[in-house]
Design a protein around this ligand. Structure first.
Ligand code: MSP
Length: 659
């Protein structure tokens, strides 16, 4: 029988900033699905990558003083970049596309030309609104309160000669696809798309730009670059070798079974994408699934809002599998969910440490303690089973079916809920059978005890198989502990109760999911987040230079002098002020008060030669007179304000004029 194929993709990420937990969510979900399908015996192709063109990247690169390619290279390939993150998160993608890859660029040029030649792309003039951060064109009527309807940020006027794609021509076909098939999931997204975009009338889409250059050049019209979304969407096919020689499995894998995408880009995937594929006479993907967002304090995470959660910090602290599990277990895939560190730790403690961790460690410990790590032959069967024996066995035997139904419906959170029902049932079974009581009389109850423990190992094995797509590394360790060989870690064997050898070698290994001290962990996370925030600040920030000019005569009126500190002390009742007694060369002591007590101890300054402006009118501060001002340099370093008094060479005599 021919192996069934499954092609699944994540969106390709904008490498304009480092990725956060929201991006990780989507990739982990796709990975879990891909692993599930592989476990199920499918021939899987899982694609992810980066979407590297567009004005946003060009602008960011300019700000950073590097070329756009250098800029994206650093975020994609550099330390703690996109590829590193997917490696850390144990993402099993079969392919990684970068839209700056030569083969992709060449294919996009051919695709664009083909749609131009078939008349679906034509030249016109673009007049409208553009959201630079989203790289999206909008018509006036689509704006929300005059701003981008996706991100709410201001849009700018845009007018330029441009190519257009005849999106309007495909409106009816796209409507039909959305309304009358299961192409777009979950179903609630269909209404959003039809009501917001199709009902008001689809307008042709501007698909080239001339106001910047960082994009795929339109080869037959220099000066135009292909609109970034056309470039990006076709990645799903160029990465299989469509119109290029780099790969040759387009015919094998296309059409995709699933595009997993976040809800804000459903519009591109469910309207523009099928319309362009129709124009190219290519088969349409079978499904687009629009998942929800991970929110922080009720709002979307975004770098510009400064409220992103760093997946590196979480994975390093709690473990990759615990983080993967949390993301999939907690949030219903089609809906938004509120992320919090408390919720993460609570999920780890409840599901992983308490339920799964305890089941595994208690079971393996008891097999070790009562049977030296190996149950006796014959323990699989028991003549007169109790109701709780049959209950556990029938639940575990039926688990694969319930789990499969949920995974096929793209509801990984429900699939995991099914697994945890069995884990909880097994823990209850330990209480019901009380193995420690049976062990008191091994002669009378040894066989019964062995059967109970076998049932527990077997339930653990089945759950372990079905948890593999979510926590691959930990489940490998679990299989070692319960003595399950590779041939009984399979999809088929998950439906066959009794597959585990009666005399499997069981070892109580390391605790897979240690309990986390919530208070301590939260404090540490806050510290790490603060350190990361500081590290992300520019190392040194200096005041911007003033534009306003001062005429030379005015400047010359300021009398700057070298002054020598004769005495210095804190001003009573003031936390800020230091009082200086200064030799200014006139023979009469000068008193200046300065608000720098935070930066200097008075005794450090005695004997130093400083710079002061001496012809300011005297001021009273805390009841004391201050005649002039000491000059200092101020800047911000890692978010902290720093101040340095200007000190000059001791050889400069007090009273010397600075000019
Ligand atoms: N480059 C486009 C995709 C092109 S696909 C042909 C893009 N990139 S992105 O980096 O901005 O976003 C990638 C994915 O991450 C999107 O599906 C987006 O919804 C998802 N997420 C970004 N923040 C998210 C959350 N806070 N929560 C969940 N997913 C989020 O869009």
């Amino acid at each position: 029988m021919e192996q069934k194929k499954f092609y699944i993709t994540t969106p390709i990420y904008y490498p304009s900033d480092k990725l956060h937990i929201g991006h990780t969510y989507c990739t982990v979900a796709t990975d879990a699905m891909a692993r599930y399908k592989r476990l199920h015996g499918y021939d899987v192709c899982f694609l992810t990558g980066t979407d590297e063109h567009g004005q946003k990247i060009e602008t960011k690169a300019k700000e950073a003083g590097v070329t756009p390619k250098e800029f994206v290279d650093n975020i994609v390939e550099g330390p703690r970049g996109v590829k590193d993150l997917w490696k850390l998160m144990n993402i099993s993608n079969d392919r990684f596309i970068r839209t700056t890859d030569d083969y992709h660029v060449a294919s996009i040029q051919k695709i664009f030309k083909k749609m131009y030649e078939n008349g679906d792309i034509y030249k016109g003039a673009y007049k409208g609104k553009y959201c630079t951060p989203c790289e999206s064109f909008w018509t006036e009527s689509q704006l929300k309160d005059g701003c981008c309807p996706d991100c709410g940020r201001p849009v700018v006027d845009a007018e330029e000669e441009a190519y257009f794609f005849r999106l309007s021509k495909y409106a009816d076909k796209v409507r039909d696809l959305l309304e009358n098939t299961d192409f777009l999931q979950p179903r609630s997204r269909v209404n959003e798309m039809v009501k917001n975009f199709i009902d008001p009338g689809l307008e042709d889409l501007c698909v080239s730009r001339t106001s910047f250059t960082w994009g795929v050049p339109v080869d037959f019209d220099p000066g135009h670059v292909v609109y970034v979304w056309v470039d990006a969407l076709f990645n799903y096919t160029t990465a299989l070798g469509f119109l290029n020689d780099k790969y040759d499995d387009y015919d094998h894998y296309w059409p995709a079974d699933y595009h997993f995408v976040g809800k804000e880009i459903v519009r591109f995937h469910s309207i523009i994408w099928p319309a362009m594929l129709m124009s190219m006479e290519m088969p349409l993907p079978k499904h687009v699934f629009g998942h929800g967002w991970l929110l922080l304090d009720g709002g979307k995470m975004s770098k510009s809002k400064g409220n992103v959660v760093d997946p590196y910090i979480l994975a390093e602290k709690f473990g990759v599998d615990a983080l993967r599990f949390f993301l999939m277990r907690t949030f219903p895939f089609g809906s938004d969910g509120n992320f919090s560190n408390e919720l993460l730790i609570q999920t780890i403690n409840t599901d992983l440490a308490n339920d799964l961790g305890n089941l595994l460690s208690r079971t393996t410990a008891m097999v070790g303690k009562y049977f030296g790590g190996q149950l006796p032959a014959g323990c699989k069967t028991w003549e007169n089973p109790e109701s709780f024996d049959t209950d556990l066995i029938s639940m575990a035997s039926a688990l694969r079916g319930a789990y499969e139904a949920q995974m096929e419906a793209c509801a990984p959170h429900n699939a995991l809920a099914e697994v945890f029902k069995v884990i909880q049932r097994a823990n209850k079974y330990i209480d019901e059978t009380a193995p420690w009581a049976l062990a008191k009389d091994m002669e009378a109850n040894g066989a019964r005890l062995a059967h109970v423990l076998y049932n527990l190992l077997e339930a653990t094995r089945i759950c372990g198989i079905l948890l593999t797509p979510f926590m691959p590394e930990s489940m490998d360790k679990l299989f070692v502990q319960i003595g399950a060989s590779a041939d009984i870690q399979t999809w088929d064997s998950a439906a066959v109760w009794g597959s585990l050898s009666e005399t499997a070698a069981v070892t109580k290994g390391e605790n897979l999911f240690p309990r986390i001290d919530m208070e301590k962990a939260i404090a540490e996370l806050e510290e790490a987040a603060e350190a990361a925030r500081k590290a992300a600040l520019p190392a040194i920030e200096v005041e911007p230079q003033l534009e306003e000019k001062v005429d030379f005569d005015t400047f010359c009126k300021s009398d700057f002098r070298a002054v020598k500190v004769k005495a210095c002390e804190n001003v009573k009742k003031s936390e800020k002020l230091l009082k200086f007694t200064l030799d200014d060369g006139t023979g009469t002591d000068r008193q200046i008060l300065s608000g720098i007590a935070k930066y200097y101890k008075p005794e450090e300054l005695v004997g130093k030669t400083l710079v002061a402006i001496v012809n300011l009118p005297p001021r009273k501060m805390m009841g004391q007179e201050s005649c002039g001002m000491l000059i200092s340099a101020v800047h911000t370093e890692k978010g902290e304000e720093k101040l340095h008094l200007l000190m000059v060479d001791d050889a400069i005599p007090a009273g010397a004029k600075l000019c």
